[in-house]
Design a protein around this ligand. Sequence first.
Ligand SMILES: *Cc1c(COP(=O)(O)O)cnc(C)c1O
Length: 396
Amino acid sequence: MENKAAVGPATLSVWGGETEHPLFERATQVPVVHSVSFAYKDIDTWHNVALEKEPGHIYSRNTNPTVRAFEDKVKVLEGAVAATSFSSGMAAISNTFGALLRPGDRIVSIKDSYGGTNKLFTEFLPQLGIEVYLSNTDDYRDIEAEIGRGCRMLYLETPTNPTLKIVDIQRLAKAAKAVGALVVVDNTFATPINCNPLALGADIVIHSASKYLGGHADALGGVACGSAELIKKIYHYREINGASLAPMDAYSLLRGMKTLSLRVQRQNCSALKIATWLMQQEVVEHVNYPGLSSHLHHDVACRQMRGFGGMLSFSVKGGLAAIKVFLPKLQYAHMAANLGCVETVVGPPLVTSHVECTDAERAAAGIPEGLVRYSTGIEEVEDLIADLAQALAHIS
Ligand SMILES: *Cc1c(COP(=O)(O)O)cnc(C)c1O
């Protein structure tokens, strides 16, 4: 794919990773190869494949043709040289840390990272002798100062969950490069349709494929993209650690990704309309969406994103009591913990991303009790707004 004329993301969503694979019996779709192992007729060929001197597969914990097609599709969409996949987004993150960090290393990151990532930072990495500094997410100066004190890795996530803060990748990657630190970016919320962190100076970009990439909330997976050298190290750790993506899930993700560009473009448009509408509602206190000119880092979002994404959050008057009344009234939204799929999904961070926080910790993170996380689906936006209007009417 890379050697062909440059094409757009919708074309890559459909064709990326699929054209270079020998098609089984002329099938137009990537076959699901469930086989755990691959058999050889002679020892020399087997040996050469094992030594990576010849293309081929040996054992599906390491590589598998269906899984490889998924990795290649994400790779071309992120403009990366290499990609490797995992059984979940958290496996992608923890295996990347396992492969690249050593006792005594220091990592600089932000307070608003994904809940599971935050647990790695506060609970597990310190146990391994890795020092973690978590900065206030919108305090770029503090992040730069802490990078300046020296670190092995800068770990970023943008937009953040559930407050939709924007982190300036280019600016902070420059500071990290100056001290020789690796830059890792979780691009799950933005998707490769809206942002390509590698082009902004990141070394590794990570996705939870369980969200927008798959888009149908029916397969768990994760992926890391970057240079051949870095991905080889991460792949090696994963092949031994064993957190491999299953072929059937790789197929579901591949199938979902064909419509990635279509879905995300629609979700970008709908979320902006919904955020703008919510701003005008009497019962709505505050709306977090990077596409609004009132957003603290709208200018950064405009520079580094091609669209502002389908995620938003908002708080309503009356706090938790009010959202307990209004959320169950929504007809076209699942109340659930996931996000990034074709259906609209809502939930309070109180029971989703920040369920393990104390009230004080949540308040310190700028998450009011009455905050609602809203993952815009692909329904008609007029229907979603009408649904919000009738549900919100119950509390006004
Ligand atoms: C969901 C999510 C993860 C974890 O992914 P899983 O596939 O659930 O393990 C990591 N980062 C972000 C931003 C997420 O939304």
